[in-house]
Structure formats: C-alpha cells, structure tokens
Design a protein around this ligand. Structure first.
Ligand code: NAD
Ligand code: IPM
Ligand code: MN
Length: 351
C-alpha cells in the first residue's frame, strides 16, 4: 500500500478547525482506494510566535522538504502583525518550495445560494491561476521617517520574464485541457512598467498555444465581469496581487469564501506542493466550531489530484456536490446553523 507523507500545519484560528475534517475525508477516500497517509503535525502559528519568538523553527523548511505534500489551515491572528506571521511562515514555504502556481478553482454548486443573480449552479466553473512567488508581493521596499511628516512606504514589484512565462505556460496548458479559453488580468492602462511586460509575454505564450483562445481584460473591468457574467470564464491568469483579490471575489460569487480551495503548486516537483483553503483564520468566528470546512476539504481533493489520484479526488468533489445538492445542512456562512462537525459527518456519510 502506498503511504503518502503529509505535513499538517493547522496554523491559526479556524485553520485548526477545518484541517481535521479534511484529514477525515482523506482517510476515508484512502481506505476506499487502497492508499494511506502518514501525517506529521506542526504547531507553527501565531501562538508559537508568542511562545518562542518565531512562527516556525529556523530549519522549518528542511522539516517539510521530504514530504509528499503539505496541508495548511490558515496563518495570521490578531496580536501578531500580519506581515510578521505571513513572512514568517506562509510566504517562505510558497517561495522556498517554488510553488509558483496558485490554482484556485471556482464552481457554483447546486444548492448554494449565490448573492449574485448570474451565478447559476452548474454553469460557473473556472480556475484562477495566480502567480504565487513574485509580482507585487516583493520583499523590496521599506518604511522611512516613521511618525514624521515626511513618512513614507515604498514597495517595488518584481516581474521577471522567467517567472511570468512559467506561470503563463501552466495556465495555457490548463486551458487547453479544459474549454480552451484563457483571460489574462492586466492593468496596462494604469501601471506603466510591469503589466505591459506581462501583456507582451501573454501574447508571446498565446502564439505558442494556438489551441487556446485568449484575451485580456483590465482587472477592474474583469472584476465587474466576474460578478455580471461568471459563466463566461474558463482559466483566468493573474499576477500575485490581482489573483489574490480576484479569487476572493470569485469565491464570494460562488457563495462563500469558505468553499474555495487553493493548490500552491511546484509543477517541477522538486519540492512539495502545499494545499490550503483560500480563506484566512477568520478571527471573528474562530473557536465556535462553525467554520465551513469545504475549502479545506476541496483543497485536500486538489492534493489527491496532485498525488495522481484523480478518481479519489473526484469522489471528494462529488461528495461536496452531494452534501450541498441533497441536504439542506449548511454552515452559517451559507445561511444555515450546522456546525463544522455536523456538516463534515454528513459529507462523510455521502462519500
Ligand atoms: P478571512 O478569510 O479569515 O475572513 C474573512 C471573512 O470570511 C470573515 O468574516 C470570516 O468569518 C469569513 N470566513 C472565512 N473563512 C470562512 C469559513 N471557512 N467559514 C465561514 N466563514 C469564513 O480573512 P481576513 O479576516 O482578512 O483575515 C484574517 C487573518 O487571516 C489575517 O491574519 C490574514 O492575514 C489571514 N489570512 C491568511 C490566509 C492564509 O493563510 N492563506 C488567507 C487569508 C487571510
Ligand atoms: C491568500 C492570502 C495571503 C495572500 C495573505 C494572507 C498573505 O490572502 O492566501 O490568499 O495574499 O497570498
Ligand atoms: Mn487572499
């Protein structure tokens, strides 16, 4: 029997509430499909920061290196500044392990009431491919003259030919395997240097992928179109910050950011990939046991896919679809009163 070595990093807030459901689901599908998981749990979190002065130990990445995949809950909690917690844990993993693709699928499931009229179940099915290691999220910059009238903050964006090209190629291949359509998020009308470069490379890679029909939209207009006509999209490729914003927007269009999954992929597989819900630690609901576990469970399905178990992954997404279509059990973010545990038990019944 194949046993996969999985690093579990629950992290902060509801991260610790949504990972156990994901693990239960993994164990159940593993049993059915004849493989298993050996988990190693890490307490890396804001709580650890308060105790030990660091989000993770200095050799943290080395401890993760030999794992087949990483499953993460959420990072960040009031009491520790977000730039400290995120640069101390989440971002180093994405960057150190060259997880340069952040894949964020969006589906409107039958049985979910979207706040958006145009978001018809079954018709909306697209993927945001977010550049995950460069762009607007750079370490270059600083704060000057703190507290003085000339105070300022500066941050450079870093867009490289190699970094853009590899994520575009991933997105074009994905589009070719799906419905053959790609939309690039740009802002070349407003930002002088970086996005015209991005656009040029989109055109270059587009020419190399004649099987894909592509276009580009200014990100502001694109945000509006995702609300007004979400069914038109197949693959949306975007820079780090644009992809971050569009994926929360799209998740809300699909009913709740509690459902949306993410795969931080290292396509070359020279380091482990990391799977985590799109949402954060949700301090406003943490500790009440009512977080929607679907984002974490669907992320586990993306992990199964990555490990080569497409059928097991489909079992999980089918169970997600079934619990939403066939029952009226819902966590509060979807208008119900079910707890995380009640909802997970029902999903496990249907799996
Ligand atoms: P958030 O995603 O934690 O919460 C936004 C809103 O969505 C809240 O009202 C929350 O209750 C709700 N929500 C989120 N997930 C839900 C779920 N599974 N079920 C039901 N409701 C859910 O975003 P935020 O408030 O901007 O950030 C809180 C903290 O999380 C910050 O420290 C932030 O930096 C961090 N964060 C981490 C990640 C990550 O680890 N990848 C992602 C986003 C935010
Ligand atoms: C996400 C989060 C992170 C990001 C933050 C917490 C740094 O919003 O995973 O979407 O912007 O990448
Ligand atoms: Mn985000």
């Amino acid at each position: 029997m194949t046993t996969y070595r999985i690093a579990l990093i629950p992290g902060d807030g509801i991260g610790a509430e949504v990972l156990p459901p994901a693990r239960q689901v993994l164990d159940a599908v593993g049993r059915r499909h004849g493989f298993g998981f050996a988990y190693t749990s890490y307490d890396w979190s804001c709580e650890r920061y308060a105790r030990a002065g660091a989000m993770m130990p200095a050799d943290g990445l080395d401890q993760l290196r030999d794992k087949d995949a990483i499953l993460l809950g959420a990072v960040g909690y009031p009491g520790v500044a977000d730039h400290v917690s995120l640069w101390g844990l989440l971002i180093p993993i994405r960057r150190g392990f060259r997880q340069y693709v952040n894949l964020r699928p969006i589906r409107v499931f039958d049985g979910v009431d979207s706040p958006v009229r145009a978001a018809v179940a079954g018709e909306v099915d697209f993927v945001v491919v977010r550049e995950n290691v460069e762009g607007e999220y750079s370490e270059i910059g600083g704060r000057l003259n703190r507290g003085f009238p000339d105070e300022m903050a500066v941050q450079e964006s870093v867009f490289t030919r190699a970094g853009i090209t590899r994520v575009l190629d991933y997105a074009f291949h994905l589009a070719a395997d799906r419905r053959g359509r790609l939309t690039s998020a740009t802002k070349s009308n407003g930002i002088v240097h970086t996005l015209p470069f991005w656009d040029e490379l989109v055109a270059e890679r587009g020419a190399a992928h004649p099987d894909v029909t592509w276009d580009q939209e200014h990100v502001d207009a694109l945000a509006a179109k995702i609300v007004l006509d979400p069914a038109r999209f197949d693959v949306v490729v975007a820079s780090n910050l644009f992809g971050d914003i569009l994926s929360d927007l799209a998740a809300a269009v699909a009913g709740s950011i509690g459902i949306a999954p993410a795969a931080n992929l290292n396509p070359e597989r020279d380091f482990p990939s990391m799977f985590e819900p799109v949402h954060g630690s949700a301090p406003d609901i943490a500790g009440r046991g009512v977080a929607n576990p679907l984002g974490a469970i669907w992320s586990a399905a993306l992990m199964l896919d990555h490990l080569g178990h497409a059928e097991a992954a489909a079992d999980v997404t089918d169970a997600i679809a079934a619990v939403l279509a066939k029952t009226d059990l819902r966590t509060p973010d979807l208008g119900g009163t079910a707890t995380t545990a009640e909802f997970t038990d029902k999903l496990l019944d249907l799996l």
